[in-house]
Design a protein around this ligand. Structure first.
Ligand code: ADP
Ligand code: MG
Length: 243
C-alpha cells in the first residue's frame, strides 16, 4: 500500500541552526496522526516541509508515493491534494466567507463560478457556518473564521489535511466547535496530520501520536501509550507541563 505521507531522514537548517535533525515517519491513508511537543521543537517546520512551504535541507518527502523532494517534481500539482490550516486563519479580509471558499477553486482548479459556489456552500454547511456565507472575516468569531478556513481547504478536495495548532489562537469557549469539525472529518476517513496541544483530541481521535523535542521524534505510537504511558523522560516532562 502507498503511504499517504512518507518522510525519510528529513533535515532542515535555518542558517547554522539545525531545526530538524533526521525525521522519519509515515502516515497511512485514513490515519490521523497528532504531533505534540514543546514550542521550538520543529513541529511547524516539519509540517511546512510536508508540502514544501519549507524546502528540506536533506532527506525525502513523499505524498501518495510521489517524491516532492525530487528536483523534477511538480510541487504545485502535488500540493493540490494537500489542504493546510494554520493557527492564524489567513482569510482574505475583503472577501466574504463564501468568496474566500470559492477563490482558490476558481483560480487553482479552474472551476466555474457556479460550481465553485455550490461546493463552497456545501463545505460551509459541513463546518456549521452556512448562515455566515455573506459575512466578512472581521464580522466572524475566531472559531467561525477557522471553520471557514477549514471549508476553504476542503473545497479543494484534498486527500490529506495538515493542521498547525488550529485552535491555539482561539478563545477557550470556541475551541470545541473547531475540534468537533476536525473529529467529524477524521470519522469520515480524512487523512490528517495535526500539530496540537489539545491532548484530549489527540487521545480520542488520533491513531498515532508523535512527540517531538529538539528537532527529533522522541516517541511515536498509540495515544494510550505516548500520552498515557510514555517511555521517555522527555515525554513525561512535557506532558506534566501541558496536562
Ligand atoms: P514549533 O512549531 O515546534 O514551535 P518551529 O518549527 O516553528 O517550532 O521552529 C523550530 C525552530 O526553527 C525555532 O528555533 C525557530 O526559531 C526556528 N525557525 C522556524 N522558522 C524559521 C525561519 N523561517 N527562519 C529561521 N528560523 C526559523
Ligand atoms: Mg509551531
Amino acid at each position: 500500500m502507498t503511504h499517504a505521507v512518507e518522510i525519510r531522514d528529513l533535515h532542515k537548517y535555518f542558517g547554522d541552526n539545525e531545526v530538524l535533525k533526521g525525521i522519519d515517519f509515515t502516515v497511512e491513508p485514513g490515519q490521523v496522526v497528532c504531533v505534540i511537543g514543546p514550542s521550538g521543537s520543529g513541529k511547524s517546520t516539519l509540517l511546512r516541509c510536508v508540502n514544501m512551504l519549507e524546502v528540506p535541507t536533506k532527506g525525502q518527502v513523499f505524498i501518495n508515493g510521489a517524491e516532492l523532494t525530487d528536483p523534477d517534481a511538480d510541487i504545485d500539482a502535488a500540493r493540490r491534494h494537500v489542504g493546510m490550516v494554520f493557527q492564524q486563519f489567513n482569510l482574505f479580509p475583503h472577501l466574504t466567507a463564501l468568496q474566500n471558499v470559492m477563490i482558490a477553486q476558481q483560480r487553482v482548479l479552474g472551476r466555474g463560478k457556479n460550481e465553485a459556489e455550490i461546493i463552497a456552500r456545501e463545505n460551509l454547511n459541513k463546518v456549521g457556518v452556512a448562515e455566515k456565507c455573506d459575512a466578512y472575516p472581521g464580522q466572524l468569531s475566531g472559531g467561525q473564521q477557522q471553520r471557514v478556513a477549514i471549508a476553504r481547504a476542503l473545497a479543494m478536495n484534498p486527500d490529506l489535511m495538515l493542521f498547525d495548532e488550529p485552535t491555539s489562537a482561539l478563545d477557550p469557549e470556541l475551541v470545541g466547535d473547531v475540534l468537533t469539525v476536525m473529529r467529524k472529518l477524521a470519522e469520515e476517513g480524512m487523512t490528517m496530520l495535526v500539530v496540537t496541544h489539545e491532548m484530549g483530541f489527540a487521545r480520542e481521535v488520533a491513531d498515532r501520536v508523535v512527540f517531538m523535542d529538539g528537532g527529533v521524534i522522541v516517541e511515536d505510537g498509540e495515544p494510550s501509550k505516548v500520552i498515557g504511558n510514555p517511555s521517555h523522560e522527555r515525554t513525561r516532562t512535557f506532558l506534566h507541563r501541558v496536562l
